[in-house]
Design a protein. Structure first.
Lengths: 312, 264
């Protein structure tokens, strides 16, 4: 006799023991519960997320200076201004550059940690995961402050560099692109590590054994097996770190200041200090659009590239 | 161990130090006896903790942080848990789209969210009010609660609810005695995670703040930009201490790594 499948069992129970209410009425009542439970959340998200986002999209197409302008007209002039003004274009380029450096630093520092997490015992793995992940739950200003102390002209890092004879006079690490990249990579490195580690955990260990039996050196088996199979984790980590770096405000403001005017700093200035809301809205959507475009193109390229099989 | 393995472990150790060092230098720096912050600290004193208590704005910011984090966590758990229960339990058409919509605030940069809410709140007279501040924090916290509770419910055996109902329990009893205890870890994680997210937040708060309503991270932010004093180190150490306690509780309940995995 075939074992009773889960669905059949449920069917039997419902046949025998459900109260005699017609199916239609029961469904209606179910929907009522669902709607009642869901409605507050749905209204909240629509009211305080969807509508505000659409509202600033609408504002970004309005041509007026300052809030409450009376003779508002629809145009794409805000976007036109952005893409013709060298200051904003430079800021966009700076944002992309800083984000790319952050991605590269995070990848180089993150991969060995992820690999170690994949190879060690479950106990050590748990400890490493805790150490890597918990800084994400501590305020970014606190982590920035720690680096600020280290990167001061007479701070620990500069004293170390001078002591090792790498530089003679203190390097300008604060209020520079280097400071921003250090701050950002410090903040987002855990995302890179966790993302790569997840894909490394999924690799079948027998593949590496097979490679070793066939005579491959550990290096060869890493290059031909582990690295390609971890590509999905690498790509999603890079995408995560890149998009977060593109839109980071606090770290560039504290570690770069006026010397590193990345797009989020410029947008904040437009909205808070200059009260140019329509233009600030447009800058926000440019930031969103450019980030999405770069991330999409990069992901597509990787998924259609040499190792397209591993993304399926 | 092969040389390649040694190099890997060495780089991994450097990376770990890189991640943790800003936290490790801040706490000693707060005990300095000098009038400017430095690492390693000069001498030892508790004066910057004493000064912290003498500055009413920091004490007030601390209570504001705790109050708003608590309220944000409470309302996020309330809205998020009920919503996630409905999504998990009932056949709602377009379920996956609905979940994407409800967790979308996580995918939008906080800067853009802050801009949008400030501009939207101004005509509604919510900009710079405690209500506006709280709403903004719920928007960034509630998606986490939804994800955690949905994950917690993914292995949920609904025959348990049926069994309770068959045995004569009312729907309210079924919820309190069967459903809730089974998803309690997910709800608790959601609450603690929301508390920390709100307690730590700077970017969205910067757009929602008014001069008479500040939080600890905002005090650190503005003090770092204006005047430099070791008092920033002592405030930061207080924030680290509170966060670490909550993180350890989270680790006990659910595992911080697993939690972040399901959050992003």
């Amino acid at each position: 006799m075939e074992p009773v499948r889960y669905d059949d069992r449920q069917e039997i129970v419902s046949l025998r023991l459900q109260p005699a209410v017609s199916g239609k009425r029961r469904n209606l009542k179910k929907y009522l519960y669902a709607v009642l439970l869901l409605l507050p959340l749905l209204l909240f998200i629509i009211g305080f997320f969807v509508i505000p986002m659409l509202y600033i999209l609408y504002l970004s197409f309005i041509d007026t200076e300052g809030p409450g302008g009376t003779n508002a007209t629809y145009s794409i002039s805000n976007y036109g201004r952005f893409f013709t003004d060298p200051y904003y274009l430079h800021s966009l380029w700076l944002t992309i550059k800083v984000s790319l450096y952050t991605v590269i630093v995070s990848l180089l520092l993150g991969y060995p940690v992820a690999l170690t997490m994949a190879k060690c015992s479950p106990r050590v793995r748990g400890l490493l995961t805790l150490l890597v992940a918990s800084p994400l739950l501590i305020s970014i200003v606190v982590r920035n402050f720690g680096w600020y102390l280290l990167l001061l002209p007479n701070g620990t890092v500069n004293q170390l560099l001078i002591g090792l004879g790498i530089t003679e006079s203190p390097l300008k690490l604060l209020f520079s692109e280097a400071g921003v990249v250090i701050g950002l990579s410090n903040a987002y490195l855990p995302f890179m590590i966790l993302s790569i580690a997840t894909s490394l955990y999924n690799i079948d260990p027998s593949l590496e054994k097979a490679a070793a039996i066939l005579g491959a050196s550990p290096f060869r088996s890493f290059i031909s097996i582990t690295l390609p199979l971890s590509l999905p984790g690498i790509v999603s980590g890079m995408v995560l770190v890149f998009s977060m770096s593109m839109s980071a405000y606090v770290t560039p403001a504290l570690m770069g200041g006026a010397n590193v005017p990345v797009l989020p700093v410029v947008a904040y200035d437009q909205i808070i200090n200059l009260l140019r809301w329509t233009y600030g809205s447009a800058v926000s959507y440019v930031l969103l659009g450019i980030t999405l475009a770069i991330v999409t193109i990069f992901t597509r390229m990787m998924e259609k590239g040499r190792y397209r099989e591993v993304f399926r | 161990m092969k040389i390649s393995g040694k190099i890997r472990v060495a780089v991994a150790a450097i990376s770990l130090v890189y991640i943790l060092i800003p936290l490790l230098v801040t706490i000693p720096a707060s005990f300095t006896s000098a009038i400017y912050p430095s690492f390693p600290p000069k001498g030892f004193s508790l004066q910057w903790y004493m000064k912290l208590l003498e500055r009413p704005e920091f004490v007030e910011a601390f209570w504001n942080s705790v109050k708003f984090a608590f309220l944000a966590a409470f309302f996020s758990v309330l809205l998020g848990t009920l919503g996630a229960l409905a999504i998990a339990k009932y056949d709602i058409p377009g379920k996956s789209y609905l979940v994407s919509l409800l967790t979308a605030p996580l995918t939008v940069p906080q800067l853009v969210l802050g801009v949008a809410l400030l501009i939207y709140f101004t005509p509604l007279l919510l900009a710079g009010t405690p209500t506006g501040f709280l709403i903004a924090h719920i928007v960034i916290c509630v998606p986490y609660v939804i994800r955690f509770v949905l994950t917690g419910l993914s292995g949920f055996d609904y025959t348990l609810e049926r069994a309770a109902a068959i045995l004569g329990a009312s729907p309210v009893t079924v919820f309190w005695r069967v459903t809730l205890p089974l998803i309690r870890p997910a709800i608790l994680s959601g609450a603690l995670f929301s508390f920390l997210t709100s307690f730590d937040n700077v970017t969205v708060s910067l757009f929602m703040v008014s001069p008479d309503m500040r939080t600890l991270p905002l005090e650190i932010f503005s003090n770092m930009q204006d005047a430099y004093s070791p008092i920033v180190a002592s405030v930061s150490s207080v924030v680290i201490l509170i966060s670490v306690i909550l993180i350890l509780i989270l680790e006990k309940i659910h595992g911080v790594g697993r939690l972040l995995g399901s959050a992003h």
